[in-house]
Design a binder for this molecule. Sequence first.
Ligand code: GLA
Length: 653
Amino acid sequence: MLFFGGDYNPEQWPEEVWAEDVALMRQAGVTIATVGVFAWSNLEPEPGHYEFGWLDRVLDRLHDGGIRVALATPTASPPPWFTLAHPEAMPVGADGVRLTHGSRDTYCVSAPAYRAAARGIAAKLAERYANHPALAMWHVHNEYGTDCRCDATAAAFRAWLQKKHGDLDALNESWTTAFWSQRYSDWAQITPPRATQYLPNPAHVLDFRRFLSDELLSGYVEQRDLLRAANPDVPITTNFVQGGWVSVDHARWATEVDLVAVDHYPAATDAGAEEETAFAGDLARGWGGGSWLLMETAPNLIYTSGRMHAKEPGRLTRHSLGYVARGSGGAMYFQWRQPRGGAELFHSALVPHAGPDSPIFREAVGLGRRLRALSPHVAEAGPPSARIAVTWDAPSWWALQGGGLPSADIDYLAAVQQAHRVLFRSKLATDFVFPGVSTDLGDYRMIVVPHLYLVSDEAAAAFRDYVANGGRLVVGYLSGIAEPDTRIRLGGYPGAFRDVLGVRVVEWHPQPPGVEFPLDNGERASRWSERVETAGAETLARYTAGVLAGAPAVTRNRYGAGSAWYVSTALTDDGLGRLLRSVAEEAGVAPVLPGLPAPVEAVRRGDLLFLFNHGIAAATVPLPGPAVDAATGRDRGDTVTVQGGGVATVRLR
Ligand code: GLA
């Protein structure tokens, strides 16, 4: 059964409202409610004094209404009494300023008092609710990501570094501390990166980011293990966040959760939102190894660039089914009922301030019905499958967020999103692979590698084997530059990929912003250029202007049974699309459906086909054969007309 529901905060409301909540949830076909995410101060109003009565009544009510519960541990927001008892457990910024309560996420995950308190409340919840019949899953914490640079963090960081590097000589070597007299002669000299005079050491910063991800993960694992001990049959997860700030390496975390749960709030309000939704769904599916769960998205108003943006009717349904098409086991929202107060008082909800007599609640009722009808089909269909993959690597992203880089326009996330976006627009189904975590590159026919700055020897060898065995590899600039610890691979860029690409880059020529320059094949490029020397590769396009005029810009190398392309500059979306489509064609990878009208997105899961019309006018889609409507079982023939802004789901016969 597909999950449908979201964050439910009854602690913000008088008990009279709870009965209406359950009645409305039943009306909308809600199947699950995430309870207790920020309820610590209601559950433990004073240290060691617990009040579970209200939560008992909430869970029983939901259970009586046939609604399951994702029960959260409330550890993302310790109560004010905790701050006063343990000021040393409050997070300290790089500038040395210690924060205090008054918002949320104010804790240091390395502080022993915080850890003990988090274990304490999680253990109490486990003891009381691990066998509650409504319990569908545990939702540990909320969006792990808090950064701290305090002394407790410093101690934990040193322990992590000792384990990783073994001795100080190795650390000094790995961090190139001979640069600017940074050589450490005692572990005690090492701190988290803190406010300093000029650029910090990039290897220090990257190790700290990796440490922080692992440290937060250890906080999760500690809670997970005690919840699991209380009832090994209940799945345990925590909600990953996707967006522009990401403190943890989700590809690594994914193996520690029973199901990958993701919060996704598209920032774009135009067609870009569809592209972001597809990106988020494909990436989450990659982390989850085929399946995942959309834990939060906004039902309506979202904060975008200084003002809230309302979703037009139908968008909630279209995007929600979009996540489901891409492997989510349901659609869940932040939040059920819009709050009367608090910091996010205007954040949208399925039941808005206006009440259930509102477009959003009516749309939710329709969506609940559709999800119910789709459930059995999705259960049979299995995940969508793709023959093309794009690489994703959080440490490369982090490394490219540092200072000391050759251009201020370097943007890892944008480069990966562009690769995915042009494949999406080309109607080519796409997966993700994680070469920093696993060298298994699957049996993809084509892999696109944007800005994979850090590459291990093992990963480089896996890419080589992949191409030698017939794979098609498209490598973008700023890939293969450094070893995983940020030390440059010498002898010419893109170090790790030089042999498979048959090129050697001897100089970078970053370009000023806003300037486009032509290549000799008619494409236009911007932001970046390089002096590329071929060493076996053929040249597909050359630079035409400036000192690089006549030098290779895009190349292709035949290597074993496969081929590897190198793109040394930033192509436009259209240009990159043309290149990737030609590679896909050569690799024998076809679009999801032939002849799809431009605004229609198709996602195929076995014989189950989702058709999303992101345009305004109705669109008619030719099908590969006769189909039946997945919701009604009615015959649809071999064409389907999808209303503007609508979604059709059919089963091919
Ligand atoms: C996150 C949080 C929620 C809420 C939403 C608002 O996903 O988990 O508590 O703050 O953002 O968009």
